[in-house]
Design a binder for this molecule. Structure first.
Ligand code: ASP
Length: 348
């Protein structure tokens, strides 16, 4: 069995940060620090190589250009490795995982994002375990095929489907959750893969294709008690706006006041996609279940089902970049492209 090994791509994030001697703030540092603290990475029985971003970033500075760069690297090096580990800050890791899942087609190998809550140089760091296990998962094969051939996120003893994750704590080591989809693996003494939840391998495929166009002309409108017309107007009036995610209550509910419905209608009539995503972390949008969402359904608001906000943002930017016709975008919004929503079957 050929072992091509794993490529670690280091983008920045807390895992490799140190305190700036002048400001005292944490900022990204070199990969040497990581390698020095985790000599165990030399003990794997497969090769491990690293690719270090020239400008290491705190993930709060992530932009689609970084996603494009990551995809281009993975495409170029796809046949040289069995899997990829992306070291990334936790703040936007769920966005990056979601974006990559949409951008890459034909994936048959693991792309595992990980990082840490405490820098790797700190005594109680969670970075060591996260990094070592992420490498192990990225390099794991069964019958000469990857066990987890998808974009996933490893953190705090759990492996998740990347586009189902949300960062839910800035304090604890289990920083991520995936409320609407089961974990792909649970890690203790052994790694227990949840095979029923993991995507199947595609027909033998040694190439991936990537789609790298993004359109970031979207906005998020979070509904809250007391929201007023001028606030909604300001958002609908944004120049070149192509889509609004309305973050609604519960199962997709919003105020039934006529002015609000009229504003949503106005947006839709201008060709803006209005996409309904719940503010709840778990559960799904079910427009029509309550009177407070029925009118949204009737005027053409689209359901986000049980998508995370991270997957919703990246899916919209991706589809707006990929297609010119609003019908094509709407068609793909209704289906699960990469396992990001549960309500329907998909070819993923
Ligand atoms: N601000 C950091 C980042 O996202 C936080 C982290 O890595 O945990 O890059």
């Amino acid at each position: 069995m050929e072992n091509k090994g794993v490529l670690i791509i280091y983008t920045g994030g807390t895992i490799g940060m140190m305190n700036d001697p002048i400001t005292g703030s944490l900022c990204p540092f070199s990969f040497e620090e990581i390698a020095k603290e985790v000599p165990e990475i030399n003990e794997f029985d497969f090769p491990i190589e690293t690719l270090i971003f020239e400008n290491l970033i705190d993930s709060s500075n992530i932009k689609p250009t970084v996603w494009i760069k990551l995809c281009e690297i993975i495409k170029e090096k796809y046949n040289q490795y069995d899997g990829f580990v992306i070291l990334h800050g936790t703040d936007t890791m769920a966005y990056t995982a979601s974006a990559l899942s949409f951008m890459i087609d034909g994936l048959n190998k693991p792309i595992v994002l990980t990082g840490s809550q405490l820098p790797i140089g700190k005594i109680r760091t969670d970075g060591k375990e996260n990094l070592i296990t992420a490498i192990e998962i990225a390099g794991s094969k069964e019958n000469n095929q990857a066990i987890v051939p998808e974009v996933c996120l490893y953190f705090g003893e759990k492996l998740y489907r990347g586009n189902r994750t949300t960062k839910f704590t800035a304090e604890h080591f289990n920083a991520f959750s995936s409320h609407n989809y089961p974990y792909l693996a649970k890690v203790g003494i052994h790694i227990h893969y949840n095979k029923a939840a993991i995507k199947d391998i595609n027909v033998k495929n040694d190439k991936i294709s990537i789609c790298t166009n993004f359109n970031t002309n979207i906005a998020i409108l979070k509904i809250f008690p007391g929201i007023n017309e001028s606030q909604v107007d300001a958002i609908i009036g944004i120049k070149d706006l192509k889509a609004i995610i309305i973050e609604t209550y519960g199962a997709g509910n919003a105020p039934t006041e006529q002015w609000f419905i009229d504003k949503m209608k106005e947006a839709i009539s201008k060709g803006i996609i209005v996409y309904n995503v719940t503010q709840c972390q778990a559960g799904r949008v079910d427009m029509g279940r309550y009177e407070t969402s029925l009118e949204l359904l009737n005027i053409g608001v689209m359901s986000g089902f049980d998508t995370t906000i991270e997957a919703a943002v990246t899916k919209l930017m991706f589809l707006l970049g990929k297609y010119n016709k609003i019908e094509d975008i709407k068609k793909d919004l209704k289906v699960s492209l990469k396992g990001e929503i549960s309500h329907c079957n998909s070819n993923f």
